[in-house]
Design a protein around this ligand. Sequence first.
Ligand code: UGA
Length: 485
Amino acid sequence: MKVAIIGSGYVGLVAAACFAELGNDVICVDNDAAKLAALQAGCTPIHEQYLPELLARHRGTRLAFSASVTDAVRASAVVFIAVGTPPAESGEADLSYVEAVAHDIAQGLNGYKVIIEKSTVPVYTCEWIRRVITMNTPQAFDVVSNPEFLREGTAVRDFFYPDRIVVGADSPRAAEVLRRLYAPLTSGAYYQAAMVARPEGARVPPPLVVTDSNSAELIKHASNAFLAMKISFINAVANLCDAVGADVQQVREGIGLDLRIGRSFFNPGLGYGGSCFPKDLLAFRAVARESGYDFGLLTEVIKINQEQRRLFIKKIRSALWTLRGKRLGVLGLAFKGGTDDIRESPAMEIVKALVGESCDVCVYDPAATANARACLGDSVRYANTPYEAATGAHALLILTDWDEFSGLDFAQLAAVMKHRLIIDGRNLYDPSTVAASGFMYYSIGRPVAQPEPRLSTVPAARPSTPQGAEHTAQARPEEVSAPQG
Ligand code: UGA
């Protein structure tokens, strides 16, 4: 099928590459000349697994880039709108880009086409697009909502292995076009030679759910809001665990084994960030408000999320006493592992707060350093490895759940750090393992783990004294790394 995709951000570019992989001829449009030139020259502007390979495979054959919406629309049977919907001051999504694109699409219509809304938008957006196009052209067309559920970092995998494909079509003709477009996935044919291995538990072939367009738009917002609610819920439980001395990992396991609840998206941490959840929750709440419904639950979800970062700073303070002048190694700046995206990143907010408290901060991130540097400038130091970030530090903070950070070499850290203290905002470690390596370990919703005094510090011959008392009394303070200023 001939496909036009307007907007080459995360959603548009991944969709363009993946639809090309499914055998379609795709034109990807963007009005950012520098970005287009980079894409045409073979660059991949975002850090996304499998995307460089897909772009290299299809660029110049099934995948072209263009600055002209009208030309792309003329050449295509389906047109995806995948432009940004940033939040306005009120929290509502700013739909001016979508409206402008709808105008341009109308200019290019030269026969029946299906216009597919893929940006995350409030309910009734399809109706508005329909109205704008109708006012600007006599040509026949349909508007469909086809929300995406891709996660940054695993977007290509999520495209090929979705839990479901939602098609919000108000006409059978348009629904049929979308069914054909997704047939390689829904028939299972694509999986015979898929470039991305099937993830554990993936639903293959995925179900395609046809709804009306208003319902599809709500499905997208409600899905993100529900996931954000799960995260805020477990973070609130973690805070309670901190207060009563319980272990949130055990509590999570006990709750999550209930199949009705489940364990996914139930990891406590620093709260959700990124370009989607924070913005979408505000937009969803604004949609509800505008429709006369006060969705107060969302306000609480947002409040818990914001508080989570503040509580983490408090935890750092409780571990270090005073912050001014403390040297801190920071692992992670991206809003989550696997991406270079720092938008609404809890890590960035925490780093800025620590700089504001006059801490000497040295940061390391496997992919997001360039983006962070543009924002943090020389207010922090930048390291090339986790160990460089930790060198001379009073404490090491883990702020992003990169895989690389769950396999740190504690002996190497101990050799370079000033104090053996780790404050983990992502619960990447088993506390007893860290403590056994001689570190004091703070995490989220779990008791602080203290290192045992090391046997080597105990004088050999004095067997009459009770062992526990002996160890405590004889351990040299520097061996157990008391976290002082
Ligand atoms: C999210 C949704 O997961 C996608 O389904 C959706 O398509 C996308 O938004 C969108 O609307 O475009 P994304 O923002 O890429 O995807 O990231 P997630 O993996 O959902 O993570 C969001 C935030 O929640 C991250 O900061 C992450 O660290 C945090 N998180 C996630 C937790 O704190 N705990 C968890 O258990 C899971």
